[in-house]
Design a protein around this ligand. Structure first.
Ligand code: SAM
Ligand code: SF4
Length: 348
């Protein structure tokens, strides 16, 4: 196919990142996320996923993030990575334009063999999610039965996941290994300092995420949101921080520790929305495209898979019509809220 120019939406935002969910299922049940127990029918095949990624690259995507549900549950993950890696090395292939291939995982299945297999298959970055260091809180945040011992096992699994990823070549100093934590006021905000301490010891960047009103099942309320500014203040009171700012199109506002022990990032979708330069296209495991994490409905791309030209046309059409900026509108019209798709289906 001949190259086409990149697309811009109604607010002149380009397409830069494809977040592809591989499954809506998860092996944890974090109450703030509430994943489905089964996948929807009609999951994209490996071949369809590859075609979609290629088309997104032709339209300007430079980053692919594989997510879920829990992406390590998907049998298509490794074969997909291998095919993408081959394409990135093939002159003239649209996949040559991919600068980063990243994965977000809860770390449950990230053992030594898996981490090495992911690296060999061409994965560049892993972000692991963990919302507490204390066993009891970790169990509550992950929806684990079994109280503190179950939570402690999860913390240990994530720690050994870090070790496995590091030994496989995911270098935190190069941004290839990070830690995500959702902070809920009154639920795990007492874990901010322990999480920061753990990340400093591990030398991984901690990304603190405000609790978001995505989905209909997590009982979101604004009083459970700890604003990013308060998170930064608490950490800065313990270890002084210096602002680094937010990269264009990025989600995190970053800070470096004044003592040189690395960085943190805060993802402030609620208190400081960053819709203005959002460049993310989300596609669910069953091929529904969402141009906003807070959208009520997606666009089913399945019928467009008859040809790459049609698929490209469907995405161009969707992107050109895109004007959403839900997080910013929330401040203009607070309380106005349509039903949302669930986070684990959308892929976070
Ligand atoms: N299972 C993987 C994981 O947990 O990393 C990948 C999918 S998960 C949906 C992606 C990210 O979304 C995780 O870092 C998770 O903590 C975050 N997340 C889920 N529900 C959220 C919510 N309501 N508010 C903020 N972040 C949320
Ligand atoms: Fe699973 Fe990730 Fe959702 Fe937790 S946040 S339930 S680990 S998909």
């Amino acid at each position: 196919m001949t190259p086409v120019p990149s697309v811009a939406d109604q607010r002149n935002r380009p397409l830069g990142v494809l977040r592809l969910s591989l499954t809506a299922r998860c092996n944890l049940a974090c109450p703030y996320c509430c994943p489905d127990v089964a996948d929807p029918p009609g999951l994209l095949s490996l071949e369809q996923q590859l075609r979609l990624i290629r088309v997104a690259c032709r339209l300007g995507a430079h980053t692919l993030r594989l997510t879920g549900g829990e992406p390590l549950l998907s049998e298509q993950l490794l074969p997909l990575l291998i095919k993408v890696a081959q394409g990135r090395l093939t002159p003239g292939d649209p996949l040559e334009g991919l600068q980063q291939v990243a994965l977000t995982s809860n770390g449950v299945l990230l053992d030594h063999d898996r981490a090495h297999a992911l690296r060999v298959a061409g994965l560049d970055r892993i972000t692991i999610s963990l919302d507490a260091v204390d066993g009891d809180v970790a169990a509550r945040m992950a929806g684990l039965r079994g109280g503190a011992p179950a939570g402690e096992r999860q913390v240990q699994r994530v720690l050994s996941g870090f070790g496995a990823a590091r030994s496989a070549g995911f270098d935190p100093a190069a941004g290839a290994l990070k830690l995500n934590a959702v902070i809920q006021q009154g639920v795990n905000d007492d874990q901010l300092i322990p999480l920061a301490e753990l990340a400093r010891q591990q030398r991984v960047e901690l990304r603190l995420i405000e609790f978001m009103d995505v989905g209909n099942r997590n009982g979101w309320s604004s009083d459970q949101v700890l604003p990013a500014a308060a998170m930064v203040q608490r950490i800065s009171d313990r270890w002084p921080l210096r602002p680094l700012g937010r990269d264009a199109g990025g989600t995190a506002r970053r800070w470096s520790y004044a003592d040189g022990s690395g960085c943190i990032g805060v993802i402030a979708s609620i208190s400081e929305p960053f819709c203005g330069d959002c460049n993310r296209l989300r596609v669910t495991a069953d091929g529904h495209a969402f141009t906003c994490l807070f959208s009520a409905e997606g666009t089913d791309l399945k019928s467009a898979f008859v040809s790459d030209r049609q698929l490209e046309g469907a995405i161009v059409d969707l992107w050109r019509r895109r004007g959403d900026r839900y997080s910013e509108d929330r401040h203009v019209a607070p309380g106005v809220s349509a039903p949302h798709a669930e986070m684990a289906y959308l892929g976070g």
